[in-house]
Each structure stands twice: as structure tokens, then as C-alpha cells.
Design a binder for this molecule. Structure first.
Ligand SMILES: *[C@@H]1O[C@H](CO)[C@@H](O)[C@H](O)[C@H]1NC(C)=O
Ligand SMILES: *[C@@H]1O[C@H](CO)[C@@H](O)[C@H](O)[C@H]1NC(C)=O
Ligand SMILES: *[C@@H]1O[C@H](CO)[C@@H](O)[C@H](O)[C@H]1NC(C)=O
Ligand SMILES: *[C@@H]1O[C@H](CO)[C@@H](O)[C@H](O)[C@H]1NC(C)=O
Ligand SMILES: *[C@@H]1O[C@H](CO)[C@@H](O)[C@H](O)[C@H]1NC(C)=O
Ligand SMILES: CC(=O)N[C@H]1CO[C@H](CO)[C@@H](O)[C@@H]1O
Length: 787
């Protein structure tokens, strides 16, 4: 941002904080979170600030608001904020204060999940890698060095929020915080030290005196006053650990993340809507969509290992910031229906009655006369007609109808009233003109290597400064070796803790192996060509994101831990694990900053007829002009194998289209219990073909694009594409009755004459069949107070 823009932004923040500076208290009771004395049904969505650009934030937040959310939830990303001990970073994508002020300006609340363990398919679960090397540290247990560091960071964030007046009690948007994250299962596994740690974490957090409630998710024994909350695909049967705590769902998975090598999961809108309605009808009062916008794991931020660069999550707002229909619109309509029921929901407990063998009515009837009903059909095969009150209602299979006045169905979770749209990536540029540079293949005797006895763990050496670590050694082959005459090449076997490995013998690639999401370990076992005398073995071991989940995941290893053996020599098997190995962190091209214009000028690049193609370890560079328009952009990497892509010096992430999605991609029925293996797509195709290029990273012309390719690919297949909406069709327009309250008058219209919310972001409502023909009532005053 130019300084003038910065000044304007500051001025605007000053103005907006003056406008919104009205403080309120936040508490809770058995029904709900209570803000300024009122119980609230709160609809929340996760948007992680570093997974999009600051330029995208205002639009994402506006779309969340239009989608009917009250709250934006985010984790805090410790490793992004404290890259080395005591050195803090809160700029650009990590400017969480700016993000929160934008949320506040939009009139939404914030749920601040500090963690600082966050899981989130994020590198190392959000922990800085240096933390692992603090003497005596053990993560997430009753361990003094860990607790000191966790307290330091938690205090840092809370004091920052206070200084910026961001807590609701100060007039800010933050109504709730979270300490730890899904610790319950770990505590169960590690026992007493885990229990002591939980007590300590709660005392520490509550002691920070934020004035707003703290939650712990997946933590059944969360001590008072912390609220224990549920995470999962469904949470209707969850109950908090005390009668005076509200029933809250902090992670409702709107889809699932994609791993390299995995099929792409999707979750039908009908089933998410069903799960939310089911939670609310069972007395739930806070629902958060994980994710509402998933976004992108830029750079080397993805965890796993093997989590893909796209973190789209099949969320209501797609990775590129566009509405995913019909999911976004269907959930918006659900939120409207739930809000119509809010007066009844916050003031009564549900009465449950059976409507049939697999059908129920949940009725919220308050003393003041408010009444809301949820009619549920749990049968995943058959639609049924049920009688409720004096009327008949048709309930599609696996669905819930919402009746905010206990009479009129305004929404059914299985009837999509929203528009459906299809997105396509359309190529926009002429072919790029590429230049190539061959990355070096170092060997054990090179300068600038570190020598150790035996095989060392990868992250211990690299401290995650790079994905890459070279393991190099020499093997002496005596001219009397029998295989030299028989031609029976010896077998080289390498056991590695992961995640991927390229094996070079005397500078030639001899093979590539890699693990996967389920098991990062790998074994290389190939017959290799060796010559009499010294043979140079150089292993390029590649990390693909550090683990983010699992008991003591910080102790999981990466890299070539051995054994490494050669079989078929005169002596039988030679074990070379314990001999001297040389180590080199990272690539030469990384050290030279080849992904910047300045760095790239330090080497000679080939082009034209001598351009390297389909060669391992190759750098490519080109420049291009930004395409016109304002559609989001993606880059098609399907002609490439594996590596990393930079635009104007910023990494858009790891590419790995060479990893083809395995798994079952059958038919997708919305009905029936959802799991992340249901409704998968992309089987037999790259798990990720397109990579998001943020518009704000481009200048009008002369954009510098660099690709590092490990496997070998044809750069001439790389293409920039615009993400466009190619078709819009209405799906299965809701044929029930629709009810809205217009200045005290109930409008009812049956069947196809009534159209709810046409294409576009804002509602579009018409009444057809009047004397005057069609009346457009979208723009007039709407009031949603019923009963
Ligand atoms: C809190 O409630 C009081 C009384 O109803 C009202 O005057 C005040 O504006 C409310 N404050 C906020 C921040 O909503
Ligand atoms: C806590 O923060 C202070 C101030 O930045 C620093 O001096 C100290 O080393 C930190 N302690 C730990 C355990 O991180
Ligand atoms: C419900 O009743 C309506 C009207 O009688 C009828 O058209 C419809 O087929 C019935 N649906 C089911 C699932 O029985
Ligand atoms: C070794 O490292 C030094 C300092 O980083 C550098 O100047 C030199 O070029 C390197 N030598 C080789 C052979 O890479
Ligand atoms: C090779 O040596 C390593 C290190 O001493 C040892 O752990 C391993 O068991 C040996 N493997 C074989 C196959 O001899
Ligand atoms: C137990 C479990 O699967 N937890 C996951 C819930 O979803 C979030 C977001 O995808 C993950 O971070 C957790 O690991």
C-alpha cells in the first residue's frame, strides 16, 4: 500500500472505531451466548486470514455477511507471527488487527481461536519449528518450557487485542476466545500430565482477563468457566459438561481438505444444511462452518504432510473468493429461516414429539407466545407426508423443514432454492516464453557441505528453512567386484521417514519415491549402475509440510534415517548407513534467490532450442502481462510434475499435479451420514491442477514467474487462466410454501410462481399473478420479526 492509502486506511479505522465504539458485555447461560443482555443464536464461519490476501478480505467478509453470518472465526498462526524467537511479524497476510477491524467495520463479531496449537492442516500445527529445539521442551503437556512459551504468545496476542480495543467489552468485535484445540483425545492418551496441563491452560487463559468467554473444543472436561464445544460433521447429540453452559459447535466441516494423491472431497449443501438444522432443533445456539472460506496454503505453509496447496474445503466461498452455489445460497436461506426462529429458540427448550417411525417434531414454544418448529425426516430413503398441528407437510428424505411460526414452512434443508453455478478455468494468455536453468547436483566432496557420521534427521538439520536436504556419500567399488562382469547391478535400498526422495548416482537420476497422506514413509529399492572406483550417491530428500496432528507429532521424523544398503557385492550386503555423509540444506537456486529478478540475473539461462524440457531439477522463468478484467486467476500446472511456483518473488505454493488422486469417486447422494470419503471427485486426475494467483500480486506488465520443477515437465503446457462462471441454472426450485413478513402482512405464494432470490448477490423477490402483473418487492423494506 502507498503511504497515502495507509493514512486513509488509518483515518478510516479511527472513524469506524469511533462509530462502532459501543461496548457490551458477553456472557453465557444454558441456552446461548449472551451479548449485552440478549441471548443470541450465532452463525459463524471460519476464514483464516493468511489463507487469502488483505486485498481479498473486505470482499470475503462482505460475502460472509450477505450469507447470513454473525461471526467470523479464525485461528491465530503462531509460526507466521513469530518466525524466530522474539521477532514478531504482523504485516500483510499476517495483519490480524487489520483483519479484525474489517470484520468489525462490516458489523460482524470475531471468535478468536488463539490455540496456540491450531492443527488446521497448517505447517507444524501452527508451532514455530524453533520451538521444538528449546532445551527440555515437550509440546502440549505439563512441561515448563512449553507452558512458558505458550503463555508468552497467548499474552502477546491478548495484550495486542486489548491495545487495539478489539474485545467486545471495549467496543471491539471479539466476543469469544479459544485456548488449546482438540486437546481432549490427547489428554485421554497421555493421562495425568495432560489433565494438569488442561487445568493450567484454563487458569492461564482466564487470568488474562479478556472479559469474554473462553471455549475449548473437543475437551469434555474443560474446567469452569470455559465452555466445552463440539467439532465434527454432526453434533446434534453433543451436550456440554455443565447444565449452565450453552451447546456450541465450533467446527462443522463444510467439506474436507485435499491431500496430494487424494481425491477431492465435497459435501452436499443439503447435508450440511440438514446437520445445522438438526443441531439447532436439538438446542444448539452457536454453529461455525469450518471452513466458510478455505483459501490457499501459500508458500510452504501447508501441513500434513502432503496437504495440498489449495485449501478450498468445498466451502461456501471457494478458494478464489467466489460464491460456491448452490451451497452459499442454500446456507444463506437456512440462516434466514433460523433467524426468523431466534425469538423462540432463545427462550424455550424444545419439546420433541414423534411424527412417524423415523420422523420428529422439535417445537420451541415460549411463554411470550413465540413458536418455532423443526420437522425432521431422518429416513435416507423415503420422503413422507406427516401431520403436524392441523396441516400436512411433505418431508423429503434426510431433511428438516423449518416453521418459524409453527405453521408455515419457510425452508427445507433438502430443497435447493438457490441457483447453481459452474465455474471454469479459461486460458487467457498467449504461450509463455520460457528460459531454463539446471539446478546443481552436488556430491559429498563439494565445498560448503556439512559432514556427519551416519544419517541425521532432516528437520533437525534444515530447521525447515527449505523443503530440500541433500544426503551425499561416496561408495568405493573394487575392480574385482563380480557384478562388473556378470552385469547384475547391485540393489540400492534406502529407508526414509519421508516425504519424497530423488536418488542420483554419479549425477544421474536413478529414481524417485514418495509417501502419502496415510503414510509419509518410503522405501527406494532399485538396481543401480556403479563403476569401479568412487561412485557419488546424492539423495535429495524433500519435505512436503510438517505434521499438524497426532500425539506428540513434534517428535515425528523426516528424511533418510536408513538403513541404506547395497546388496549384490562380493561381500554380500554393504551397510552404508553409518559411514560419513555430507549434508547440504536447500537448493543452489534457493540460495541464489532465483525466484527474484535480481537473483535470477546471477546465472546463465538457456532458451529456444536449448531450453531444458522433461529434465529433473530444472528452474524456469518468464515474464507476462496481467490479463484484463477482475476475475480471479489460476495457473494450470498439469504439464508439470512437482515443485514450487513464485510470482514476483512470492511463493504461490507447492505444485504437484504429478500426484494423481487415488480413491473412490462414486455417485454422490446427499442423504445418509456423511464421511470425508463420500462424494469425492478428481479420481484418476491430478489432486490439484490449478494454483491460485492472487490478482493483487500482479502488476499490469512485466510480472516475473518462476517455476522450480523436481521431476521434469514441459513448461510450454503452463497456462494462466481466469476463473469464470460459465453457466447458471436453477436447481429444483423449492415448491413448498414460502413465508415472509412484509410490514406486518404475510405473503404466501405457492409453487413455481414464487421465486426466491434470483442470480446475484442480493435477494430478488417478485410476486407474479397480481392485477399489475409482476411486482418486484426486493427493494422495499423487509422486516423479519415474526410471531
Ligand atoms: C446494550 O443494550 C442497551 C440497553 O438495551 C442499549 O442501550 C445499548 O445500545 C446496547 N449496546 C450495544 C453495544 O448494543
Ligand atoms: C517470553 O517473552 C520475553 C519477551 O519477549 C522473552 O524475553 C522470553 O525469552 C520469552 N520466554 C519464552 C519462554 O519464550
Ligand atoms: C404427500 O401428499 C401429496 C398431496 O396429497 C402427494 O402429492 C404426495 O405424493 C405425497 N408424498 C408422499 C411422499 O407420500
Ligand atoms: C560457499 O559459500 C560461500 C558463502 O556462502 C559462497 O560465497 C561460495 O560461493 C560457496 N561456494 C560454493 C562452491 O558453492
Ligand atoms: C545397518 O546399520 C544400521 C546402523 O548401525 C543398523 O541400524 C541397521 O540395522 C543395519 N541394517 C542392516 C540391514 O544391516
Ligand atoms: C479429529 C479430527 O479429525 N479433527 C479435525 C477436524 O477438522 C479440522 C479441520 O479440518 C482438523 O484440523 C482436525 O484435525
Amino acid at each position: 500500500m502507498s503511504s497515502k492509502v495507509v493514512d486513509l486506511f488509518k483515518l478510516w479505522l479511527l472513524f469506524s472505531s469511533w462509530v462502532f465504539s459501543v461496548s457490551a458485555t458477553v456472557s453465557y447461560d444454558s441456552k446461548a451466548i449472551v451479548i449485552n443482555g440478549s441471548r443470541r443464536i450465532l452463525l459463524s464461519g471460519s476464514i483464516h486470514y493468511p489463507r487469502s490476501t488483505p486485498e481479498m478480505w473486505p470482499d470475503l467478509i462482505a460475502k460472509a455477511k450477505e450469507g447470513g453470518l454473525d461471526v467470523i472465526q479464525t485461528y491465530v498462526f503462531w509460526n507466521g507471527h513469530e518466525p524466530s524467537p522474539g521477532n514478531y511479524y504482523f504485516e500483510d497476510r499476517y495483519d490480524l488487527v487489520r483483519f479484525f477491524k474489517l470484520v468489525q467495520h462490516a458489523g460482524l463479531y470475531v471468535h478468536l481461536r488463539i490455540g496456540p496449537y491450531i492443527c488446521a492442516e497448517w505447517n507444524f500445527g501452527g508451532f514455530p519449528v524453533w520451538l521444538k529445539y528449546v532445551p527440555g521442551i515437550v509440546f502440549r503437556t505439563d512441561n515448563e518450557p512449553f507452558k512458558a512459551a505458550m503463555q508468552n504468545f497467548t499474552e502477546k496476542i491478548v495484550s495486542m487485542m486489548k491495545a487495539e480495543m478489539l474485545l467486545e467489552t471495549q467496543g471491539g468485535p471479539i466476543i469469544m476466545s479459544q485456548i488449546e484445540n482438540e486437546f481432549g483425545p490427547v489428554e485421554w492418551e497421555i493421562g495425568d500430565p495432560g489433565k494438569a496441563y488442561t487445568k493450567w491452560a484454563v487458569k492461564m487463559a482466564v487470568g488474562l482477563d479478556t472479559g469474554v468467554p473462553w471455549v475449548m473444543c473437543k475437551q469434555d472436561d474443560a474446567p469452569d468457566p470455559v465452555i466445552n464445544t463440539c467439532n465434527g460433521f454432526y453434533c446434534e447429540n453433543f451436550t456440554p459438561n455443565a447444565k449452565y453452559k450453552p451447546k456450541m459447535w465450533t467446527e462443522n466441516w463444510t467439506g474436507w481438505y485435499t491431500g496430494f494423491g487424494s481425491a477431492v472431497p465435497t459435501r452436499p449443501a443439503e447435508d450440511i444444511a440438514f446437520s445445522v438444522a438438526r443441531f439447532i432443533q436439538n438446542g444448539g445456539s452457536f454453529v461455525n462452518y469450518y471452513m466458510y472460506h478455505g483459501g490457499t496454503n501459500f508458500g510452504r505453509t501447508s501441513g500434513g504432510p502432503f496437504v495440498a496447496t489449495s485449501y478450498d474445503y468445498d466451502a461456501p466461498i471457494d478458494e478464489y473468493g467466489q460464491l460456491r452455489e448452490p451451497k452459499w445460497g442454500h446456507l444463506r436461506d437456512l440462516h434466514r429461516a433460523i433467524k426468523l426462529c431466534e425469538p423462540a429458540l432463545v427462550s424455550a427448550y424444545p419439546t420433541v414429539t414423534s411424527l412417524g417411525s423415523n420422523q420428529e417434531a422439535h417445537v420451541f414454544s415460549s411463554k411470550s407466545g413465540a413458536c418455532a418448529a423443526f420437522l425432521a425426516n431422518y429416513d435416507n430413503k423415503y420422503s413422507v407426508n406427516v401431520t403436524f398441528g392441523n396441516a400436512q407437510y411433505e418431508l423429503p428424505r434426510w431433511s428438516i423443514s423449518i416453521l418459524p411460526d409453527c405453521k408455515t414452512t419457510v425452508f427445507n434443508t433438502a430443497r435447493l432454492g438457490a441457483q447453481s453455478s459452474e465455474k471454469q478455468m479459461l486460458s487467457v494468455t498467449a504461450a509463455f516464453s520460457w528460459q531454463s536453468y539446471n539446478e546443481e547436483r552436488p556430491s559429498a566432496d563439494d565445498q560448503n557441505v556439512t559432514v556427519h557420521d551416519g544419517l541425521w534427521e532432516q528437520i533437525f538439520i534444515t530447521r525447515d528453512a527449505s523443503d530440500y536436504l541433500w544426503y551425499m556419500t561416496n561408495v568405493n567399488i573394487d575392480p574385482s567386484e563380480g557384478f562388473l562382469k556378470s552385469g547384475q547391478d547391485p540393489l540400492l535400498t534406502i529407508w526414509s521417514a519421508g516425504h519424497a526422495l530423488h536418488v542420483f548416482i554419479n549425477g544421474q537420476l536413478s529414481g524417485t519415491v514418495y509417501g502419502g497422506l496415510e503414510n509419509p514413509k518410503l522405501t527406494f529399492s532399485n538396481n543401480v549402475k556403479l563403476s569401479p572406483g568412487i561412485n557419488k550417491i546424492s539423495l535429495l530428500s524433500v519435505a512436503v509440510g510438517l505434521p499438524n496432528v497426532g500425539t506428540h507429532f513434534e517428535t515425528w521424523n523426516a528424511g533418510v534415517l536408513g538403513p541404506v544398503t547395497l546388496n549384490g557385492l562380493n561381500e554380500g550386503t554393504r551397510n552404508i548407513s553409518n559411514q560419513k555423509w555430507s549434508y547440504k540444506i536447500g537448493l543452489k537456486g534457493e540460495a541464489l534467490n532465483l525466484y527474484t529478478i535480481a537473483g535470477s540475473s546471477s546465472v546463465e539461462w538457456a532458451e529456444g532450442s536449448i531450453l531444458m524440457k522433461r529434465q529433473p531439477l530444472t528452474w524456469y522463468k518468464t515474464t507476462f502481462d496481467a490479463p484484463g478484467g477482475d476475475e480471479p486467476l489460476g495457473i494450470d500446472m498439469s504439464s508439470m510434475g512437482k515443485g514450487q511456483v513464485w510470482i514476483n518473488g512470492q511463493s504461490i505454493g507447492r505444485h504437484w499435479p504429478g500426484y494423481i488422486a487415488r480413491g473412490g469417486c462414486g455417485a454422490c447422494d446427499y442423504a445418509g451420514t456423511y464421511t470425508d470419503k463420500k462424494c469425492q471427485t478428481n479420481c484418476g486426475e491430478p489432486s490439484q491442477r490449478w494454483y491460485h494467483v492472487p490478482r493483487s500480486w500482479l502488476k499490469p506488465s512485466g510480472n516475473f514467474l518462476v517455476v522450480f520443477e523436481e521431476w521434469g515437465g514441459d513448461p510450454n503446457g503452463i497456462a494462466l487462466a481466469k476463473r469464470t462462471t460459465t453457466s447458471v441454472r436453477a436447481t429444483d426450485i423449492f415448491e413448498g410454501k414460502a413465508m415472509m413478513k412484509k410490514q406486518g402482512m404475510l405473503i404466501q405464494k405457492v409453487g413455481t410462481h414464487f421465486e426466491t432470490w434470483n442470480a446475484g448477490v442480493l435477494g430478488h423477490v417478485t410476486l407474479n399473478g397480481l392485477n399489475e402483473g409482476t411486482r418486484d418487492i426486493s427493494k422495499q423494506k423487509w422486516s423479519y420479526k415474526v410471531c
